[in-house]
Design a protein around this ligand. Structure first.
Ligand code: TXA
Ligand code: MG
Length: 325
């Protein structure tokens, strides 16, 4: 497993301090980081990603005890969640403190905050000593990176430095809970399952309301490969694949099993369990995209545990119908 040296980490922290963009591993996906207190540096994130400035960023920091540096009027519920699950794949949306510049939050009065669990992320954030605004290190609307090589493929010279921490362990983005109004509203299912939150804390978690803030992860079409993505249940896999092949399409299959042995498809075998599937979801999609298939047929795990985040990302990718390119 690659691991940046103390010198690499100090150099990366210095890059952040001078306003550069540093991609770094987290346990969920790679992030494209900039000093959250530097509006020019944050502006470059939006430019490089091609992301509309109205879509807010997550601020990452190393020490959960510093929550009040970035948020104010923090409800007790948020403190309990932070204590139970930070460092970890949970993002909390809270009223922002004046320390956070408006460009980070797309002008909203709330800010998304997370203490990631990856040792390289924690070491970088610790060495830097401040908040790092970071979206996933991919172009807007595309599949998130779970390897340093994905970041380099996607962003090339637009990123000043890439820290390589090996493959991301969780593989899908963090779970986002809006706790800014005292109750917990799920804005994005992710790397921390609802079941594991409920196991530890006796809290109610509601779905998002229609008048909630706009979140790009909640746009119907997002997380899109270049190929068209189609979701299938295992019993219908053969039939769906046969229909695409009959039309002359090049077909990729992302599934734990390929029921009827089939020639003429590019097969990427996936783990049967939801957590394993989530871990390999984006690298699997990228592999099939690289094989230049026209359509990717996916047989997803059950939509519980991490399977809920997998189902969410697949539904968005399917809605994109092979775009944006
Ligand atoms: O796992 C993750 O969360 C990764 C790693 C790098 O930490 N980051 C990530 O960032 O997925 P991004 O920018 O791709 O997605 C962040 C999501 C977006 O959907 C954004 O709209 C939402 O968080 N968000 C940020 N600030 C918000 C706010 N104040 N209110 C509601 N949603 C917010
Ligand atoms: Mg993203």
């Amino acid at each position: 497993m690659p691991s940046p040296s103390a010198t690499d980490l100090a150099a990366a922290a210095a890059e952040l301090a001078r306003g550069a963009l540093v991609a770094f591993p987290t346990e969920t996906v790679y992030g494209l980081g900039a000093d959250a207190s530097n509006p020019q540096a944050v502006r470059r994130i939006f430019e490089v990603k091609g992301r509309p400035s109205s879509h807010p960023l997550i601020v990452h920091f190393a020490d959960a005890g510093e929550l009040d540096r970035y948020a104010q009027d923090v409800p007790d519920l948020a403190r309990r969640l932070a204590e139970a699950f930070w460092p970890g794949p949970l993002t909390l949306v809270l009223p922002r403190s004046r320390q956070v510049p408006p460009i980070v939050t797309g002008g909203q009065a709330t800010v998304a905050l997370r203490v990631p669990a990856h040792p390289v992320a924690l070491a970088l954030l610790g060495a830097f000593g401040g908040g790092v605004a970071a979206p996933s290190a991919n172009r807007f609307g595309k599949v998130s990176p779970t390897l340093a090589a994905h970041v380099r493929e996607d962003l090339g010279a637009d990123v000043d430095l890439v820290l390589d921490g090996g493959p991301c362990d969780v593989g899908v983005e963090s779970t986002i809970l809006d706790v800014s109004r005292g109750s917990a509203v799920l804005l994005r299912p992710g790397g921390l399952s609802i079941e594991s939150i409920r196991e530890r804390l006796d809290i109610e978690i509601r779905g998002p309301s229609a008048d909630g803030p706009r979140v790009p992860g909640r746009l119907p079409a997002h997380y899109a490969p270049s190929a068209e993505l189609v979701i299938a249940a295992l019993p219908e896999l053969s039939e769906r694949v046969a229909a695409f092949l009959a039309r002359g399409a090049r077909v990729g299959v992302l599934s734990p099993v390929l029921d009827a042995a089939r020639t003429g498809v590019t097969y990427r075998e996936m783990p049967k369990d939801a957590a394993g599937f989530a871990r390999q979801l984006y690298s699997g999609i990228r592999e099939l995209d690289r094989a230049s298939v026209d359509v990717i047929v996916v047989v997803p795990p059950e939509a519980s545990g991490l399977g809920l985040a997998v189902a969410d990302r697949l539904a968005r990718a399917a809605a994109a119908k092979g775009g944006p390119k």
